[in-house]
Ligand binder design. Structure first.
Ligand code: ARG
Length: 565
């Protein structure tokens, strides 16, 4: 039930020439609830009636009379103030949660529309490090949010499994590699080869030519090169899968950069035919100076293609395969220029759907002891961070609640959840510093706090031994503390919609932490399992609604909701 809409409908009965949208646009929310929940300023009718706005407000009050939805409609100066009928409001919201259960907050806005969410996309043979956590966690949440809104969402992992660095790896492996050592510890060992190659190439520039040669061979189907590449890819993916499993992340497609290797010549021909390519010392570029962007190198002088060429091919492929409504890329803001370049090129190719592609950027994460760099080989593995979070959580459980069942499972849900929650707490563009203390605290605005509140609702509900019903005395829930909880619940759908619209999961993070806080305020003042059945049943229904919405919210962030902690 949308009360603002209801206010608009009431006004429309008096002012039929206005549309509902027009009326909605000038309805205000008064600064405090003593002045009502909605206000209509009557200045705008003064001209028409040639009366003062104060008199008009007074006339309107008389004409409107009594309604179900509002317990009071008052004129206050030039304003018409609407006071929501609390009992009616409370009943409306809680009945809806009761009926829709885990679907509460969802809408059909996505029906028949496909949204591609590309996220994570780590590079093969490179560490899956803490820098990847943001794209993985933000993307996974957006994927879930779109699904919840009934979009046909497609999760794509655009693996970095192609490019000159594979030429380097092949060369390095042929020089110094050892199969057993790599099999035993793939990514750190491959990283070592890569780092050593880069270091030695600084003194021996011919190494770089060698690397280019091997990548060229790979592109042209040389068996030895292909076999090594496949092996690097397989062992790396095995490692990544472990992290995805811990984070409970799944993809619909792993079509990474190599997937487009046979689709590149078509792109280059098309660019050529559309007169977009220029020669530059034997290489092919698209000149973008007109758009204040640096030129885009599309094909090197040795004929090999680039990261950007593959992105153009991928976008065209996705449009043809999925006919997307939106195609979003959850990729760090360091790649802003890259995205601006290729999106411009797709637009210049005449594809009107370029406007439906969006680079969903985010800022950097660093650890308290400084940032990380792959090139120097100093790196924090994401898996180690998650394991540390799980172990620390286990210590907390051991000291607070040593008899808890499924300790390992709970430690994993809470530890991993804490990391996810921290990641999604701020708007994505902000850089932030990862702090262990903040992440794992059970107090304040943290994942464990919300999960703990959820577990609290579970325990109340199971202790009550009562079949929850929506046939309760709703006036019991019209007091301020209960009403605040329910008003919060009522905002859930809006929070989800704006999270999708702005591609900002943090709106849901803030929402659920706010709901947990409101519920805890209520819980500390209003005992739930009381002797009086009428009160108990009403408060239990409220508790169950909070339970439902917290769980949905946590799941939309990609977090689990353990029933006991
Ligand atoms: N593999 C890249 C990296 O780790 C990210 C890929 C982003 N996606 C894209 N379509 N370019 O930096």
């Amino acid at each position: 039930m949308d009360f603002k809409q209801k206010v608009a409908e009431i006004i429309k009965q008096l002012e039929n020439e206005l549309t509902i949208e027009e009326i909605m646009s000038f309805i205000e929310i008064p600064p405090n609830s003593e002045m009502g929940d909605y206000a209509v300023p009557c200045f705008r009718f003064a001209k028409k009636y040639r009366k003062s706005p104060n008199i008009i407000a007074q006339d309107f009050v008389e004409k409107i009379g009594l309604t179900n939805e509002f317990e009071k409609i008052q004129n206050e100066g030039p304003y018409l103030n609407f006071f929501v009928n609390k009992k009616f409001f409370v009943k409306n919201v809680l009945e809806e949660v009761y009926e829709k259960k885990e679907k509460y907050g969802s809408t059909l806005e996505g029906k028949g529309k496909t949204v591609i969410v590309e996220f994570s996309s780590p590079n093969i043979a490179k560490p899956f490090h803490i820098g990847h956590i943001r794209t993985t966690v933000i993307g996974n949440s957006l994927y879930k949010i779109y699904k919840f809104l009934n979009y046909n969402a497609v999760a794509i992992n655009h693996l970095g499994d192609y490019g000159t660095q594979f030429g380097m790896l092949i060369s390095a492996y042929k020089k110094w590699g050892n199969k057993e050592i790599i099999e035993a510890n793939p990514i750190p060992e491959l990283l070592k080869l890569y780092v050593r190659f880069n270091k030695e190439a600084d003194e021996k520039p011919e190494y770089r030519d060698e690397a280019r040669y091997w990548f060229k061979e790979l592109e042209e189907g040389n068996e030895e090169a292909k076999e090594l590449w496949q092996w690097f890819r397989d062992v790396s993916l095995k490692e990544f899968s472990r992290v995805y499993k811990m984070l409970n992340v799944e993809f619909d497609s792993y079509a990474g950069e190599s997937f487009y290797s046979d689709k590149m010549s078509r792109v280059i021909d098309e660019l050529e035919n559309k007169n977009l390519l220029q020669d530059s010392q034997g290489a092919k570029i698209v000149n973008l100076s007109e758009y204040n962007l640096t030129d885009a190198l599309i094909k090197k002088s040795d004929g090999s293609t680039l990261y950007i060429t593959r992105d153009i091919a991928a976008a065209i492929y996705r449009k043809e395969t999925y006919d997307f409504y939106k195609n979003i890329y959850v990729v760090g803001s360091q790649q802003k220029l890259h995205f601006e370049q290729w999106l411009k090129i797709v637009e210049l190719m005449g594809y009107e759907w370029a406007k439906d592609c969006e680079h969903v950027q985010f800022g950097m994460v660093s650890l308290e002891d400084g940032t990380l760099s792959t090139r120097k080989g100093k790196v924090v593995f994401l898996e180690d961070v998650l394991n540390k979070a799980i172990n620390k959580t286990k210590e907390i459980i051991e000291s607070r609640n040593p008899n808890l069942e499924n300790k390992d499972e709970v430690a994993s849900d809470v530890g991993v959840g804490a990391v996810i929650f921290q990641e999604l707490f701020n708007n994505r563009i902000k850089d932030y510093v990862f702090s262990w203390d903040k992440t794992l605290s059970f107090e304040g605005e943290t994942g464990p706090y919300v999960q703990y509140t959820y577990a609290r609702t579970c325990s109340i509900l199971s202790k009550s031994n009562t079949e929850i019903s929506s046939r309760i005395n709703y006036s019991i829930l019209s007091d301020k503390l209960a009403f605040n909880v329910i008003k919060k619940i009522d905002g859930f759908s809006n929070a989800v919609l704006s999270a999708a619209e702005r591609n900002e999961p943090y709106i849901i993070t803030r929402f659920i932490v706010g709901l947990a806080q409101e519920f805890n305020r209520f819980y500390h003042e209003c005992p739930i399992l009381v002797d009086d059945n009428e009160t108990k049943n009403a408060r239990l229904l409220l508790t169950q609604s909070v339970n439902t919405v917290l769980k949905t919210g946590l799941n939309l962030l990609g977090m689990n909701a353990p029933v006991k902690m």
